[in-house]
Design a protein around this ligand. Structure first.
Ligand code: FE2
Ligand code: FE2
Length: 173
């Protein structure tokens, strides 16, 4: 009788998510990496749109210079989205499928431009770049020493985001 109760208890415990983690501690951290790669993917599409729409509506001093910079950054954010989707697929997972999910995945959501001056638009994009830098630093800390392919890819993206921030800061100096 006692053996039956013990067996039943084991069945109950091992159907709990904790058992999956206990039997393979890597599973949990890999799930988190994929989740964050999808968050980053959603944020790249939102950032690309923010640059693209900014380039269409920009007004005032610095407008032309900023427009060219916004378009260059827009293209690089799309390249980052491609890299993230490729890596998620390499990890046998699915990149976010529905644009409705972008805003749900991105904790800061999306600040649509309300002031069309170059200064305001540049400021909004600087804030987004700062958030992107934090996101990629978070992923790097998670995969350091564990997943070299993701580490290398994210390091390259992080360098681009730091350059983007500097490009924009230079425009308003
Ligand atoms: Fe990016
Ligand atoms: Fe960027």
């Amino acid at each position: 009788m006692e053996k039956k109760i013990l067996a039943l208890l084991l069945v109950i415990i091992c159907t709990a998510p904790a058992c999956k983690w206990l039997s393979n501690p890597k599973v949990n951290s890999e799930d988190k990496v994929v989740r964050l790669l999808n968050v980053a993917l959603a944020e790249e599409w939102l950032a690309a749109y923010q640059y693209w729409i900014g380039a269409q509506i920009i007004k005032g001093a610095l407008g032309q210079q900023a427009e060219a910079e916004f378009i260059a950054h827009y293209q690089e954010e799309l390249k980052h989205a491609q890299q993230l989707a490729d890596r998620i697929i390499q990890l046998d997972e699915t990149p976010v499928l529905n644009p409705n999910e972008w805003l749900k995945l991105s904790p800061k959501g999306y600040d649509h431009p309300s002031d069309f001056s170059a200064k305001a638009l540049i400021g909004q994009n600087i804030d987004s770049e700062k958030r992107a830098i934090k996101r990629y630093e978070e992923i790097l800390a998670l995969v350091h020493g564990k997943d070299h392919a993701t580490y290398d890819m994210v390091s390259g993206i992080l360098r681009d985001e730091m350059e983007h921030e500097q490009d924009l800061e230079r425009l308003v100096e």
